[in-house]
Design a protein around this ligand. Structure first.
Ligand code: PLP
Length: 479
């Protein structure tokens, strides 16, 4: 899908972002670089030109290529969030359905919903696996596969989790219709209406909708765009409020893209276990890190079986197969029962197909490939935002997943921006839908899981123009 020079450029860009390569550092000459990487001189030159065009490095006459000064390099990142610290019912989710429908409209340049473009999904492999499952297991697929779900799929899931350092028993896994159902079942297992749930701020709007539909109250906890939920702030909140569950997306959260370090995960698990508060872990993006090593999970540090691990294949294989899972040994029977009374079962044919894709290694090969593609897509979108958006715009630097959280000038009303963009055939996700209390009015989330083309570039230029208009002195967006 992309050229070698783009892969190399994205790799070097990441080293610059992480300050492995620092401002002012001299890059090896193109001939040295071509020798080091075993590539042609032309590819080495193309790599450096790409980094130069994206604003990472600069050529100095007769001296070579240098990493640009940090302040000139790129926009800054948004800082840690500071939501007001009291529990409240969720409000303001009405626009979301509009957004979700826009995601399915082929006429809309879809930068809003975090749904991967088919170019990032192994659509043919999924299609083949489903057809094969339907053909080869005709009797089986025409029957219910009651909770906890297909044994072979659960075995494959347990094996994969073990590979990422998390030992769970296949019998403790309950197969669900996507991660959304996994989160819902976990929450229903540990809360009753009126209970308080601690969440990251901002957080995935689907989670806010679940909290709303179960009659729970959300307590928004300050969250760092790189390191995730602020554990000290959570500790204070636990002392002050009767929190009944805590939900985090420790790996490449949506929308911030942060990845909690191992030490943070361990502290979080221990803190919540001490307070007897269940931790619901959403790891839907865990396989999509840009580094070689997959990040650990909170469940891997869970000696007390206090963590409910939830994930799915919606971001990696297909959102349409609706296969997810939840694991917690202690509450397994309750989760199974709740799953059964909600929708009896998850479709059998897709369970067989996903089990086959895991067992054959197709899934692993795909995620290994697509991680690099997402990394390049994210890098390219950051570079475009830096180039096109008004000065002062702040952008996150995720190390996995495929969404960007963008802080615009305070005057910009992102709801108004999203409403003006839809008739122009462009969708973005406005900041307030990621908050229980409609904070983040001057933020937007962009999805980078789009095949890059002129249409996307033009859409970004249009967004940037409307943002600039809303920011210009004397012109503020209507409220
Ligand atoms: C953080 C997070 N959790 C859960 C989900 C829902 O996943 P699924 O489609 O598997 O239900 C999403 C989808 O956008 C998400 O971003």
């Amino acid at each position: 899908m992309s050229h070698l020079y783009e892969t190399l450029a994205a790799e070097l860009a990441q080293q610059i972002d992480q300050e492995t390569l620092r401002s002012g550092d001299r890059l090896p000459g193109v001939r040295t670089f071509s020798r080091q990487r075993n590539i042609s001189v032309a590819t080495a030159v193309a790599t450096y030109r790409r980094l130069e065009a994206d604003g990472y490095i600069e050529a100095r006459a007769r001296s070579g290529f240098f990493v640009r000064a940090r302040e000139r390099l790129r926009s800054r990142e948004p800082g840690i969030t500071r939501p007001r610290g009291r529990p409240r019912p969720v409000s303001g989710q009405e626009l979301v359905l509009e957004l979700v429908k826009a995601a399915n409209d082929p006429g809309v340049v879809q930068l809003g919903a975090a749904v991967p473009d088919p170019a990032f999904l192994p659509t043919h492999a999924v299609e083949r696996a489903i057809c094969q499952a339907a053909r080869q297991h005709r009797l089986h697929t025409s029957a219910y596969e009651f909770p906890p779900g297909l044994p072979e799929l659960r075995r494959q899931l347990a094996r994969r989790m073990a590979e990422s350092g998390c030992q769970v028993h296949a019998d403790d896994i309950v197969v669900t219709n996507g991660c959304q159902e996994a989160l819902t079942l976990a929450l229903r297992a540990v809360t009753t209406p009126g209970d308080v749930v601690a969440i990251e701020s901002p957080t995935f709007y689907g989670l806010l909708q679940v909290i709303d539909s179960l009659g729970l109250e959300a307590l928004e906890i300050p969250t760092h765009p790189r390191d995730g939920m602020a554990i000290d702030a959570l500790q204070l909140a636990l002392a002050q409020w009767p929190v009944k569950a805590c939900i985090v997306t420790p790996n490449y959260s949506n929308p911030l893209g942060g990845c909690m370090p191992d030490d943070g995960k361990r502290r979080l698990v221990e803190l919540l276990a001490r307070h007897g508060v269940p931790l619901i872990e959403d790891d839907v993006y865990g396989d999509l890190g840009f580094a070689q090593r997959r990040p650990s999970t909170c469940k891997a540090f869970d000696a007390d079986d206090n963590v409910f691990y939830c994930a799915s294949f919606s971001k990696t294989l297909s959102p349409g197969v609706r296969i997810g899972w939840v694991v917690n040994a202690r509450q397994r029977a309750k989760i199974e029962y709740l799953k059964y009374v909600t929708n009896l079962a998850t479709p059998t044919v897709t369970q067989i197909a996903v089990a086959r894709l895991l067992e054959s290694g197709t899934y692993e090969r795909h995620v290994r490939k697509v991680r690099g593609e997402y990394m390049r897509a994210v890098e390219r979108m950051i570079a475009a935002v830096d180039r096109l958006f008004p000065a002062g715009t702040r952008v996150t630097r995720p190390l996995g997943g495929f969404v960007l959280w963008i802080e615009l000038a305070r005057e910009v009303d992102s709801f108004e921006l999203a409403r003006r963009l839809l008739p122009l055939g462009i969708s973005v996700a406005p900041g307030p839908i990621f908050s229980a209390s409609q904070r983040y009015r001057h933020f937007i989330r962009l999805s980078c899981a789009r095949k890059w083309d002129d249409q996307v570039e033009r859409a970004l230029a249009t967004i940037a123009r409307l943002v600039a208009e809303a920011t210009a002195p004397g012109i503020t967006a209507a409220r």
